[in-house]
Write a protein that binds this ligand. Structure first.
Ligand code: M6R
Length: 623
């Protein structure tokens, strides 16, 4: 089946790799290494540079590991060169290794390419290139681009790049260089960020302003479909057919430090805003035509028919995402499914055998309890699928198959974009398996695909609507604590909302199944302890409203998350955060967005260290 274009699944994907390119009078090597160090704050797994040296050679050095490993390999000096490109990779295809690190070259060793994005039709292109005699050395999707440019090259790099681009489906920010055109860089963007920097007699390309603001603040933000042809101090922009286009030159007002955060005050805020793009990335290549297909599980497909129960294992935020997954596996596969806190799993394991599907959900892939639980399940003969954001992480070695979130690196300790991508990935996983087993109708599948396609834009709208949380937070920041409630798909959102408040504002918050309120925690409610109710449109809406009224009757202020257009709730709640309507299983994703922003603004109002809250680590690698 031909790969879906990203236009079909949405627009921009997450900025998963860092790119920098330079042409001008400075020594290119140090400029590129400086750019890579500035891009590394996001945490990468390999790095590399390529230079056209003053002797006319193409010099390439690339290493798995951090930029420091690359620097060690290069030593104190890089070859003298005025043009080059560099890359920090965050793996999506192929595990982190020297070979898979960028830049990638063509057969002749004259062309060098770096890429951020996903070439969705790379398998087709790879087979076609191999049939023509090209030898591809790596497992990456990017390498096909170098060989396509090689095929099309007739002495003009920009023409060859444009010809190659016409063959690509997916998302890309690319920089390409040719040994025989030693002061030229060609960049292109489609659904992945890339900007041009213009200095005095020098030009830059970068995926992120942080890589170039130390040299120039004059930039051109490329638009989708743009091809930028750079010489020292100049940039000519055309469309993919070669027709010139005009783009304004902007001046970036940010310092280098602010640029790392894309101008946001904190990484957490930046990552909350990245969620629409992260959702698009998570779905890229998986929501295809009118169905959902996760290729990573292809090797296990024969075994799904025997699955008699599903056990999800995870910690923290990933556990809350797993609660959504458990509901869906149970509903859609028609077998018992349960989410388990990984740290408890080994002490009271459920029956585990070859008919048990175990899904281990972990952003980092390094959480000790989740790894230990997955290992136990595997030892007992269960099939283990990892759902993780980190290619090459420890969990991928325990699992029979790994499904990647493709969310891009998450820097803030408080998980945000990885929660929503965990949920959407579990939705796709459950839907794919259920569909394969014939347990869902075509109409149900069509409805889900439509809702998935609309989800990134709905998330954008949810972010816009949640702007009100900044003012609300100023009124709630002095609360003594919070009670969060939800039912069904609103329950994991309530738990996650409460966790966000706890971890970054250091205020006590309880997340409760709304029906349990009367069984104890309602005694906590009073004028100082607000009730936060996830009351989006759903089959349990009326019951949730009854619980909300119970809180109101105890003088608690009520902050409701509700679906746009709900007239009733406006009369009942003290404050309302609106979210767009969506399919019930996807509602957790939209409902959590205002709760993340509310927690963020409460923490800011309380003067907390939002990105690195006390006592917490991004990845918990001890039991
Ligand atoms: O890397 P993991 O997804 O396995 O991490 C699990 C939890 O430590 C993590 O989700 C934690 O709860 C978050 N930092 C909360 O925001």
């Amino acid at each position: 089946m031909p790969g879906a274009t990203v236009e079909e699944t949405g627009r921009e994907v997450t900025n998963m790799c860092g790119i920098v390119g330079y042409t001008g009078p400075r020594e290119a090597g140090p400029v590129l290494m400086d750019g890579l160090r500035r891009l590394e704050y996001r945490g990468y797994d390999s790095a590399g540079i390529a230079l056209v040296t003053e002797n006319g050679d193409l010099f390439v050095e690339k290493r798995a590991g951090k930029v420091a490993v690359l620097q060690d390999a290069l030593g104190a000096d890089t070859p003298r060169a005025g043009v080059g490109l560099g890359h920090t990779r965050w793996a999506t295809h192929g595990r982190p290794s020297d070979l898979n690190a960028h830049p990638h070259s063509d057969c002749t060793g004259r062309i060098s390419v770096v890429h951020n994005g996903i070439v969705e039709n790379f398998r087709e292109l790879r087979d076609e290139l191999a049939a023509k005699g090209h030898v591809l050395a790596s497992e990456t999707d990017t390498e096909v681009v170098a060989h396509l440019v090689e095929d099309a090259y007739r002495g003009d790099l920009a023409d060859a790049v444009r010809a190659a681009l016409r063959r690509l489906e997916g998302a890309y920010a690319l920089v390409v260089m040719h040994r025989d055109e030693p002061d030229r860089l060609v960049g292109a963007r489609l659904n992945a960020p890339l900007l041009v920097g213009l200095g005095d007699g020098e030009s830059f390309l970068a995926s992120d302003a942080s890589a170039l603001v130390a040299y120039t603040k004059r930039v051109i933000f490329l638009a989708d479909g743009d091809v930028a042809d750079l010489r020292p101090g100049t940039a000519t922009i055309t469309d993919i057919a070669g027709k010139p286009v005009d783009r304004p030159i902007d001046v970036i007002p940010w310092s280098a430090e602010a640029a790392e955060k894309g101008g946001y005050a904190h990484f957490m805020l930046k990552e909350i805003h990245e969620q629409p793009a992260a959702l698009r990335s998570a779905m890229a290549g998986r929501v295809r035509g009118d169905n959902v297909c996760i290729e990573e599980i292809d090797a296990l497909r024969d075994r799904f028919i025997n699955v008699s129960r599903v056990e999800l294992i995870a910690c923290g935020t990933a556990y809350y995402a797993s609660l959504v997954g458990a509901q869906l596996f149970q509903d859609w596969l028609g077998v018992p499914a349960r989410a388990n806190v990984a740290s408890e799993f080994r002490y009271s394991p459920p029956p585990l055998d070859a008919r048990t599907l175990v899904v281990a959900v972990t952003q980092s892939g390094e959480t000790a309890d989740t790894i230990a639980a997955a290992r136990l399940a595997r030892e007992r003969g269960s099939m283990v699928i990892a759902v993780t954001n980190t290619v090459g992480s420890a969990i991928t070695r325990e699992a029979h198959a790994s499904v990647f979130l493709q969310a891009g690196p998450e820097v803030a300790v408080a998980a945000t974009k990885t929660f929503v991508t965990q949920v959407v990935t579990l939705v796709m996983l459950a839907a794919d398996i259920a569909q394969q087993l014939g347990r869902r109708t075509k109409a149900e599948e069509d409805e889900l695909v439509r809702a998935l396609r609309a989800l990134p834009e709905a998330a954008e709208r949810a972010i816009e609507l949640a702007a009100v949380t900044e003012e609300m937070a100023s009124r709630y920041a002095e609360a003594a604590g919070f009670m969060y409630i939800g039912r069904a798909f609103g329950y994991p959102a309530a738990l996650e909302g409460a966790l966000k408040i706890k971890e970054i504002s250091y205020l006590h918050a309880e997340g409760y199944a709304a029906g349990e309120l009367k069984h104890g925690p309602i005694s906590l409610l009073d004028a100082d302890v607000p009730l936060v109710a996830v009351a989006t449109r759903s089959p349990v809406y009326d019951k949730l409203i009854s619980n909300l009224m119970e809180g109101k009757a105890r003088d608690a202020r009520v902050l409701a998350v509700a679906t746009e257009g709900d007239k009733q709730i406006e009369q009942l709640a003290t404050d309302v955060c609106w979210v767009p309507d969506t399919l019930d299983p996807l509602s957790t994703i939209l409902a959590v967005i205002p709760l993340q922003l509310f927690a963020y603004y409460v923490a800011v109002a309380r003067g907390r260290d939002v990105d690195q809250p006390r006592n917490l680590a991004k990845s918990v690698t001890v039991e």
